[in-house]
Ligand binder design. Structure first.
Ligand SMILES: *[C@@H]1O[C@H](CO)[C@@H](O)[C@H](O)[C@H]1NC(C)=O
Ligand SMILES: *[C@@H]1O[C@H](CO)[C@@H](O)[C@H](O)[C@H]1NC(C)=O
Length: 379
């Protein structure tokens, strides 16, 4: 074959492919069934790629009542929702915009705070501004005003999942043999981490008996204590490695402290943010104390006074307590705080959705409207 013949042959093959593809596209869009909002029976959630460093749902998992998860991009046209974790897409690797259905939702997902997101995106060189004005429909973050709120925990779950009642609290109190613990895997790797370590050190210096799990401040204990070990402590240092990030309250607060029957001592989030989501009178905030020494004094006082300590578990004493009731109690005490109620998961939210929406700017939503001390990542 001469060169021109090869070229001709190549062109024919390419042409055929193109025709086939167009044909495929037309057939697919005609035969696939896309029920209108609210009339659907099931939904498909396509995750564009697994997120780096986060837990992700496996292929085929039931997500909510009616949805299933896929990572198969061939499902793009059938998917009702396409989720992009912030670490898992690049501007040059995105769905072809002509194949986008107008009722399909593109969702931006982050569980990390702005400082960490900035740092991680810096590493992959993507620029979120490229997605302003019309790429994403929803955000899915831990923030109270996200379209889909995917927080690290909730008052609603705790009230419905934890054992309640007077005898439960009796048992919790009588199991306590130690005062305070802190679990950390990030001792001095960033400015925020050094600040919180500094606070913990001042508590110890002022006389608090603090057990540290993890390699920090000279401790040699494992950073994987068992739940039984943790439940022996009265207080847990729920210290985030982010300062004043809107609504950034992580598993330290929910899983480590409250689910292990310890009273969280909070550092990092603002008190207002914690009040909006926490069970009533369930935590201590470091901002309420003039100095670490004063806080130590208070913790030691509670350690010596079971009745006073027990007040932090009052929310669990009443077996008939519901989230609705508690929201009213919190609202009465703090009329100026917008108390967060139960939120819907991605699938539920999708099925309830009634309108079209586009996120004007992720950068504005997630970074600009946050506080400076949160968005500036200091190595
Ligand atoms: C920083 O933390 C590591 C453990 O995470 C520890 O080995 C090291 O001694 C610490 N450095 C300082 C200056 O505290
Ligand atoms: C999602 O955003 C796109 C682009 O702005 C828009 O065309 C589409 O109608 C939106 N879909 C929904 C369901 O909001």
């Amino acid at each position: 074959m001469r060169v021109t013949e090869v070229a001709l042959c190549f062109a024919t093959v390419l042409g055929c492919c193109c025709t086939l593809q167009v044909f495929y596209y037309l057939i697919l869009s005609e035969t696939a069934v896309f029920p209108l909002w609210g009339h659907r029976k099931t939904g498909i959630i396509l995750f564009w790629a697994p997120p780096k460093g986060s837990a992700w749902p496996p292929e085929g998992l039931k997500f909510g009542e009616k949805c299933t998860v896929t990572y198969n991009r061939n499902q793009l046209r059938r998917a009702d929702v396409v989720v992009f974790h912030y670490t898992s897409f690049l501007p040059k690797d995105l769905p072809w915009k002509h194949s986008r259905r107008s009722d399909q939702l593109f969702v931006w997902w982050s569980s990390d705070n702005p400082g960490d997101v900035k740092q991680n995106l810096g590493l992959t060189n993507s620029d979120l501004r490229e997605f302003d004005n019309g790429f994403f429909n929803w955000t899915m973050t831990y923030m109270n005003d996200a379209d889909v709120v995917r927080s690290y925990g909730s008052r609603w779950e705790l009230i419905n999942q934890l054992e309640k009642g007077k005898s439960v609290v009796d048992q919790i109190i009588s199991d306590k043999t130690k005062i305070a613990m802190w679990k950390t895997d990030q001792c001095n790797g960033s400015q925020n981490a050094r600040m919180r370590t500094g606070f913990a050190k001042e508590l110890m210096d002022s006389g608090l008996k603090l057990d540290i799990f993890g390699d920090c401040l000279g401790s040699k204990m494992t950073d994987h204590p068992t739940s039984k070990q943790m439940k022996a402590y009265k207080f847990y240092l729920s210290f985030e490695d982010a300062v004043h990030c809107r609504n950034y309250i992580t598993e330290k607060f929910w899983d480590n402290a409250l689910r292990n029957d310890m009273v969280p001592v909070v550092w990092g989030p603002t008190k207002e943010d914690v009040l909006a989501v926490a069970p009533i009178h369930s935590f201590i905030h470091t901002d309420d104390f003039e100095s670490p020494a004063k806080l130590t004094e208070y913790l030691q006082f509670l350690d010596q006074n079971d009745d006073e300590y027990r007040k932090y578990f009052r929310w669990r004493e009443d077996e008939s307590m519901t989230d609705e009731k508690m929201i009213q109690m919190i609202q009465k005490e703090h009329p100026d705080i917008r108390v967060q109620g139960r939120t819907l998961g991605l699938c539920e939210k999708e099925f309830q959705n009634t309108g079209y929406k586009t996120v004007h700017s992720i950068v504005d939503d997630f970074f600009i409207r946050n506080r400076l001390e949160c968005t500036e990542y200091m190595p």
